[in-house]
Design a protein around this ligand. Sequence first.
Ligand code: SF4
Ligand SMILES: [Zn+2]
Length: 145
Amino acid sequence: MSGTEWVRGALCAGDTRFTPDGATEDSLRAPAVRDLLTVCEACPFRSRCVALVLPRHSRFDGVCGGRLWLDGRVLDTCAGARQSELTEEASPITHGTEAGARAHNRRGETACRWCKEAGRLAQRERRRRKRAADQTNPTHTKEKK
Ligand code: SF4
Ligand SMILES: [Zn+2]
């Protein structure tokens, strides 16, 4: 099968649940959406699917290539998925950093515990700074609305 002919033969063909409109992290994490990953589990076209959609570059939301994506970031991966299915070059990971956590994510992996912790701390620090900024300038949040 050449070109994009395989798309018509894919198990998800024509199923709009794989590309939901207005997706949010919560809506994508709903069991009904995550269950779609079991369809990808049996799909022989996972690499082609990624190569076609380029989910990271297109900042894709939905299910593609055995992964659940939000804004081009992997939220979840189907069982049996292989890293080689993500066509983008794997660059070395600096573990224990927030960038490392993102790199794991791009590879469709669960971050190692050092990167996970670094990501968590960085997020906490951002929230703390935002709260501090809001307290210094209480009108700031209102103005933005
Ligand atoms: S990997 Fe999943 S989304 Fe991609 S073609 Fe197969 S079933 Fe569809
Ligand atoms: Zn790591």
